[in-house]
Design a protein around this ligand. Structure first.
Ligand code: ZN
Ligand code: ZN
Length: 403
């Protein structure tokens, strides 16, 4: 795949952030303006309760929004050998990106001299050469450990976890991983906090509408008894039935007097927004759980995906794909003096060269927390102690045999 042509991720990536924005707009309007202001303050003369609710909601909403925008507006920077950075692809939105977007660094085109001369231990190809990327405009660019090429962004990314259609951007460790996990954890809290005070009303309105949906003779004739109501399956039948019932709900039956139309007579919109909030929360909880599960094992999402593809290739007998996706890593091990050269040692099938042994140790590396530094992780990912020792021993044994 050269990264040209149609990519589903790119279409979803353009669409999802817009849909999310529309959803947030509707939800914000309902919770803050309609409920807190019009219903609680104007109708019921309450001020402390809605004020605390609005404040608490923003306390979670603003950090979540910041995390989202930081990832959404993340931009690539090229790091030169002096550690200076330069924006990789300046665009008209660059000032906004620089203001709030996270920086996704890409190391130098050529590896550092120590690696070129083979003086240090580094991940290499089977022949001992530094790993390089030939896709899109990378054209032979050096690939430090855990750097992967994103086909959607058409560039190499250090610590790429996955290209996320929810943000239309890359989630990378350690640069945007903290923001990503933070966002996933904040969304369910935000949904619960924002919608909790509305739930009793939404529930009673929903049951009222549902009762009306079943009682209304007109609706029975125009929807429930018609064959066309089954066209999209039972879910479709219920949702449309509910929607039609909400629309035809008798206006004279007011459950409660309110200055907000959403809280006086039963209305479908709050129920729909709460339902979507529940769906969003489930998705983020699931994503958080599976991401943490991967990170705990010292793996990024892309590693897991590649292993799955590798197994598939093995089963289907696709030798070329299997060779490309094989989880074996190779390391250049320098021997003795700088002039002695070195050998290439490969990992064993059961060896996870980047699993640091415990959940916290792996997390610290993935989040760039001490003792790991973001600058070092960019070109040099820590190798599991046991694996490194085993490889060093093998290298020494092989050099003794040769001498
Ligand atoms: Zn990407
Ligand atoms: Zn690349």
């Amino acid at each position: 795949m050269a990264g040209t042509g149609f990519r589903v991720n790119q279409v979803i990536g353009r669409l999802v952030p817009v849909l999310l924005l529309i959803y947030v707009g509707f939800a914000y309007h309902l919770v803050i303006y309609e409920h807190a202001y019009k219903h609680q303050f104007l109708t019921h003369n309450l001020w402390l309760y809605p004020l605390v609710h609005v404040f608490a909601t923003h306390l979670v909403f603003l950090p979540a929004l910041f995390a989202y925008l930081s990832i959404f507006l993340a931009y690539g920077v090229d790091v030169d050998s002096q550690g200076e950075t330069r924006e990789a692809r300046p665009s008209p939105v660059s000032p906004l990106r620089r203001l709030i977007g996270a920086r996704l660094p890409r190391p130098t085109f050529e590896p550092p001299p120590d690696i070129v001369r083979g003086h240090v231990l580094y991940e290499c190809d089977a022949e001992g050469n530094p790993l390089r990327c030939w896709r899109d405009d990378c054209q032979g660019r050096w690939k430090p450990p855990r750097t992967r090429h994103c086909g959607d962004c058409r560039t190499c990314r250090a610590g790429l976890d996955h290209h996320c259609p929810w943000f239309d951007a890359d989630v990378c460790a350690p640069t945007t991983m903290t923001l990503f996990l933070g966002f996933l954890a904040l969304v369910p809290i935000l949904c619960l906090l924002a919608f909790a005070p509305l739930l009793p009303t939404v529930w009673s309105h929903t049951t009222s509408i549902w009762r009306w949906a079943n009682e209304s003779e007109a609706l029975r004739a125009s929807w429930w008894s018609r064959k066309k109501s089954w066209i999209g399956g039972p879910m479709y039948r219920w949702i449309i039935g509910f929607y039609l019932a909400a629309r035809s709900y008798p206006a004279e039956v007011e459950a409660e007097s309110s200055k907000s139309i959403y809280f006086s007579s039963p209305n479908a919109r709050p129920a729909l927004l709460v339902l979507l909030a529940a769906g969003l929360s489930s998705v983020t909880i699931g994503l958080l759980f599976f991401t943490l599960l991967n990170l705990a094992k010292g793996e990024l999402t892309i590693d897991t995906q590649r292993r799955k593809s590798y197994r598939k290739a093995m089963v289907s007998g696709d030798a070329a794909a299997a060779a490309r996706l094989a989880p074996t890593r190779h390391f250049w091990i320098p021997l003795g003096d700088e002039s002695d050269g070195g050998v290439v040692v490969s990992t064993l099938p059961e060896e996870q060269s980047y699993d640091l042994g415990s959940f916290w140790e792996n997390m610290k590396a993935f989040l760039g927390w001490p003792p790991y530094s973001r600058d070092v992780l960019l070109t040099n990912w820590p190798i599991a102690k046991g694996v490194k020792e085993r490889m060093l021993k093998e290298a020494q044994a092989r050099s003794r045999k040769n001498n």
